[in-house]
Each structure stands twice: as structure tokens, then as C-alpha cells.
Design a protein around this ligand. Sequence first.
Ligand SMILES: Nc1ncnc2c1ncn2[C@@H]1O[C@H](COP(=O)(O)OP(=O)(O)OP(=O)(O)O)[C@@H](O)[C@H]1O
Length: 227
Amino acid sequence: MTRPVLEITEAVREYPGVPPVRALDGVDLTVMPGEWLAIVGPSGSGKSTLLNLMGALDKPTSGSVRIDGHEVGKLNDEKLSALRGRSLGFVFQSFHLLQSLSALDNVGTALMYRGIPAAERRRRAESALTRVGLGHRLGHRPSQLSGGESQRVAIARALVGDPALVLADEPTGNLDSRNGEEIMRLFGELHADGATLVLITHDDEIARAAPRRVHIRDGRIVQGALV
Ligand SMILES: Nc1ncnc2c1ncn2[C@@H]1O[C@H](COP(=O)(O)OP(=O)(O)OP(=O)(O)O)[C@@H](O)[C@H]1O
């Protein structure tokens, strides 16, 4: 039987305070290999909190989060960071590229922790950049790239290690609508190629590109809601 890439069961995340804030209030969510899911919700609904759990950046107060078969609550910091490096790819609104490095090196450095030799890192980085349509921009630094191209580099960096799951947090938030549409088209192509994607957005229009959508409201997932 195929194993879920992500399995969240009755996850609660409470932030301490007086009174405490229950940012996630019993979330159940399963993502299977090859799925493309959009998580949509307004400001304050719990998206960032959920992203932090899905990205093994935080643990639930109660309930369980399994990523690629690993129970996050049972792992120490070192194992969590290994899990992130091996199983997850991240795409952020603001690209998070290293300004001093070329596109090729920005992508290749994502493989450094695995002990892959430099020549092989370059080969895989070139292949990932070609996959996102940037085979002609390998030597460009982020300052020499457009916003849409920068986000493509970030997507290549997320893909280069062949992760089980790619998490994209408002990936079109810093782009004009034309570049935003192109990035969504690219996600569609990656999905068609078999990538497993979770997109987090406050924008219903953007979410419509994904074949499966769930709404989050007040820390609860509403499965299959119309968006
Ligand atoms: N560190 C924290 N301490 C206390 N409360 C927090 C903390 N982080 C988030 N919250 C609260 O948890 C709830 C969910 O916040 P979260 O940031 O997950 O929402 P969001 O949907 O990502 O919002 P946005 O789209 O504005 O980023 C909010 O009520 C927020 O005020």
C-alpha cells in the first residue's frame, strides 16, 4: 500500500500566553504521493503554524505529524534537520536566495549536506534549472534575474534533492500577475511530472490552480470546501 507523504492527525498547536492561543485546533490532513494540494485561509487562520508543522520546523502540542513516514514529535533537532534536508523542499514568497552566488550555486548548495561531490552537485543543479526553464541563466546572480526567474531558481533549489514533498508558502506573493501565473503553470507541470506539492495561500484565485483545495479557518481544516 502506498504510504502518505504527510499525515497529520488531531494536531493541536497552542502558543503559551494568558490566555494561551490555540492556533491549530485538531487538524487532520493526509497528502499522498503525487498530490497537489492548496491550503487556503485568511490572515490569522493558522496557515503559518500549519506550515511550520508540515515543514518539521515545529512540533504539535498534541496529536501527530508524520512526514515521509517519520513521526516528527519523536525526533531531536538533528534528526529533524536531516528530515527537512532529505524529504522536504521549501519555496518562499521572498525567494531566500543567496545574493553572492550564481543560480547554479544557489541550487547546488542545497545538496552540500549530503556529501555529494561538487561536480555532481553542479550537474544536478543544472538539470534542475533546466527543468524550470532556466538552463540559459546558470551563471546569473539573483540581482541579475527577474522576480519570476528568481522564484524559478528557488523552485529548482527545492526540487534538486528530489524531495518527497515541496512546500510553497505564498510563492506568487512577490510577483506581478503575469509572473505569478507562469509560476503556477510551472507547478502544474511539476505536478504532471509526479511532484508532490502543498501550496499555502490566502488567495482563492491562486488556490484554484490546484486540483485539491482545503480551507483553514480558526485553526481547523475544512475538507473539500468550495473555494
Ligand atoms: N508565536 C506566537 N505566539 C502567540 N500567538 C501566535 C504566535 N504565532 C501565531 N499566533 C497566533 O496564532 C493564530 C494563527 O497564526 P498564523 O500565523 O498561523 O496564521 P496565518 O494564517 O499564517 O496568518 P497570516 O496569513 O497573517 O500570516 C493567530 O491568532 C496568531 O495571532
